[in-house]
Write a protein that binds this ligand. Structure first.
Ligand code: MLT
Length: 336
């Protein structure tokens, strides 16, 4: 009994100290989420909202707006930078146009596993990217969702070789690296906002697109796409960003609470991917999707993309040494 009372008193005192350091005015932050329910973006967002409420002892909360309700992913970066949006969860390729150095993580075949994604984003290089994004884009990355490899889907036929791609119209994000990657595979892709993609697939304006299994499921793409190819050109990393204006208006205690909640959410996102990806892939097959592996261990896709695309973007990402820094952190040889 005494023990319980002491523990309770300790907890009450701790909460009092936290809330004393936080402002009296409770706020409900708005979090834009590009994808629908059931994916890694939502998993990251839910973990963040729970951790934020806990770390501010209920002083602040956050509400998720799924499915691009608060605007297309690229538009949410501008909205957060100008202070009209609080937070956004979006694919890193949709931040690259505003902060080119994060393009290193979108270069094809650089990040080759969840573990590599965690090593880079949670280490020194990740911190440098956070700093650069604040400077370039006016938004601060405070958490990372990990969504798995972007696989290719289409509605026409199985694809296992580069030759199979040639009659397909493929949607890509408005991201130069991804556009050039498809060009290296011999086709001119169609750059399109994420929020328009489902309708474009449904109306057959485009035949296919690429995104991770988690996203294909969250967006119900199995309703409009049949064939999947397990390419692994980009391991999808999806940051949680906060408006830098908002972040700077917070007290040091609130900033710490937001940052810590972001870290909790990052860990939860990795756990979600590890627990759910295989199950979701099986569900998509059960719902009629046909999955193929690229021929020859993807050799032709890899060869064309790495030799033709990497050199085109050395300057944009801040120099070849930026890519070599990432490769060194992953224990891989530098490019000459
Ligand atoms: C895109 O393809 O634009 C993004 O990867 C979509 C997403 O955020 O899931």
């Amino acid at each position: 009994m005494t023990f319980h009372f002491r523990a309770l008193r300790r907890t009450a005192l701790a909460l009092l100290l936290i809330t004393a350091a936080l402002p009296a005015s409770a706020r409900e932050f708005r979090v834009a989420v590009g994808d629908g329910a059931g994916g890694t973006q939502e998993a990251l967002g839910l973990a963040f909202t729970a951790a934020l409420a806990e770390k501010t002892a209920g002083a602040h909360s956050a509400k998720l707006f799924l499915n691009g309700q608060l605007g297309d992913e690229q538009d949410t970066v501008t909205a957060a930078a100008t202070g009209t949006l609080d937070f956004s969860i979006l694919a890193i390729n949709n931040i690259t146009p505003f902060s080119p150095s994060v393009g290193t993580l979108t270069l094809p075949y650089v990040i080759l596993s969840l573990e590599e994604a965690e090593t880079i984003t949670q280490g020194e290089i990740g911190q440098q990217m956070v700093d650069r994004t604040v400077e370039d884009a006016g938004v601060r990355i405070i958490g990372w969702a990990y969504s798995g490899f972007r696989v290719l889907t289409n509605s026409k036929h199985p694809v296992t070789t580069v030759a199979d791609l040639q009659d397909l119209v493929i949607r890509v994000p408005k991201n130069e690296i991804m556009i050039e990657t498809y060009k290296s595979w011999g086709i001119n892709p169609t750059p399109m906002a994420w929020s328009e993609t489902f309708a474009a697939l449904q109306q057959k304006v485009v035949d296919g697109q690429d995104n991770p299994y988690m996203t294909v499921n969250a967006m119900k793409f199995d309703e409009v796409q049949k064939y999947v190819t397990n390419i692994r050109y980009i391991f999808s990393i999806e940051p949680l960003i906060v408006s830098e204006q908002l972040f700077q208006s917070l007290s040091p205690e609130e900033q710490a609470a937001v940052s810590e909640a972001g870290k909790v959410a990052t860990a939860a996102s990795a756990e979600f991917l590890r627990a759910k990806e295989a199950e979701i892939k099986t569900d998509l097959q059960a719902r009629g999707m046909e999955i193929s592996d690229p021929a020859d261990g993807e050799a032709e896709f890899i060869e064309r993309a790495t030799t033709q695309v990497w050199p085109k973007f050395y300057d944009t990402i801040g120099g070849k040494e930026v890519l070599n820094g990432v490769l060194a952190a992953l224990g891989r040889p530098a490019v000459e």
